[in-house]
Design a protein around this ligand. Sequence first.
Ligand code: 5GP
Ligand code: ZN
Length: 112
Amino acid sequence: MEDCIFCKIANKEEAAEIVYEDERVVAFKDIYPKAPVHILIVTKKHIHSANHIEPEDKELVGELFLVAKKVAKEQGVAETGYRLSFNVGRDAGQVVDHLHMHLLGGKKIPLA
Ligand code: 5GP
Ligand code: ZN
């Protein structure tokens, strides 16, 4: 999708510090990290938000969790703990309208 920063990162039109990639998912460091480990795990397919997930996307969305598990281990937070979250819409603070899972760890993560 045009003018979507996460589509551009997925297509290598914009730079990012990529920590994992396969055919359907890419994971990269958040540009403004809110914790020592802050990774965004993104579907390469443009899905606007969790509000826009369709039944046909269920396997793809499940892959985000498997990638999170792998990345958490690689980033050294699998044992200490981490939070996985999705912001959905403006009241939740979603600013990038392309489905992404936040993986936050490396310190105690306060709720919200
Ligand atoms: P949201 O608030 O939409 O759930 O999260 C969007 C996240 O994307 C924010 O934490 C923000 O710092 C991050 N972000 C926004 N633009 C970029 C970018 O161009 N590159 C990277 N690596 N992260 C970005
Ligand atoms: Zn997009």
